[in-house]
Ligand binder design. Sequence first.
Ligand code: HEC
Ligand code: HEC
Length: 330
Amino acid sequence: MRHVTWWAAAAALAVVGCTSPGPGDKTERLSKLPPVPSPADNPTTPDKVALGAKLWVDPRLSGSGKMACTTCHVREKGWTDGQVLSRRDNGDMNTRHTPTMYNVGYSQSFYWDGRAPTLEAQVLAAWRVQISADPAKATERIAAVPAYVAEFQKVFGTPPTPDAVVKALAAYLRTKVSGLSPWDRHEMGQPGAVSADARAGFELFMGKARCAVCHTPPVYSDFKFHNIGLEAGKPKPDPGRQAVTKKPEDASAFKTPTLRSVAISGPYFHDGSRATLEEAVRYMASGGGADPNKSPLLVDTKLNDTEIRQLVAFLRSLTSDEPYTAPRLP
Ligand code: HEC
Ligand code: HEC
């Protein structure tokens, strides 16, 4: 330990912390992210998270027996799927792009339009809709696996139930934190952690480019809903948040995504309409589309090509590298 500088020790500790999360977890504090909150009736515990990690990759949860949650939310793609739009287990197409699972536990409402009030409600909906399952029938398949029965007994004190499946998955998702990136190491004082372009990009992001107005550090989201003009001119505009609140001012407004690990999660936006990070950044920096309902917070900040490159370099420095190995199924 003698030859290891303090930041390297902190980083090592934090990486270990990522795999054993919990309230007050050191990782999150070291990486400047607050602990992920959990509801009183579903506290995050290591055993529950380990069970959720298995259910997350288990196709037996789906209607067809072939699709798992992770089919569309892939670690290497920032827990998205790399597609513009994805096909559900029953063959239907989704109408919105698959979002990241990173830092989802900090959200106060879920889906692009925030229609699910809790992560548990969201997980149940995804189970029914995305992987087209009847939760009672899928739970019977899980309950036929003795090792699962023992694990549910240990974690919940009951055999597998749909409610326990949902709780384990939600607890697991609360540990999907993208918190320790080169940029965090730079903020902790590690020399050479990021490039000069990334540092210049951060100054732009916080200042002239006005990105932090909505992508507020440390999660780089305000978890609010804004119209950035992507639906303007489409024959059937997606109503976005308006479908939930019924308020005209919420027309085509969508939840601000976290920008942590955004470099690996293309294509971008709720409609998956921009293939590369540079295209997405150019769109935002130019003030978005021409929609009368567009947020007044989004304006053309007239950045030149160098400044766009610097913003992209900064966003690339927000990619975390915590280890992930898919668990073996019982
Ligand atoms: C076929 C692809 C697909 C599969 C499989 C899938 N999802 Fe998703 N997921 C999506 C799409 C698309 C959305 C966004 C839908 C929307 O906002 O209307 C989404 C949204 C989410 C969100 C909300 C994220 C946020 O920021 O609000 C969570 C959480 C989630 N999924 C969890 C799950 C879980 C748990 C499973 C397994 C039960 C699952 N997903 C399976 C495509 C998929
Ligand atoms: C008015 C608030 C607001 C401002 C200002 C803003 N953003 Fe965003 N940003 C959003 C919202 C909301 C979305 C998602 C909207 C959608 O998909 O319809 C988004 C999406 C993005 C995405 C795509 C992320 C993904 O996972 O698909 C990137 C990249 C991005 N913004 C970067 C920036 C940059 C860089 C700036 C500054 C030049 C900026 N944003 C300014 C609200 C904002």
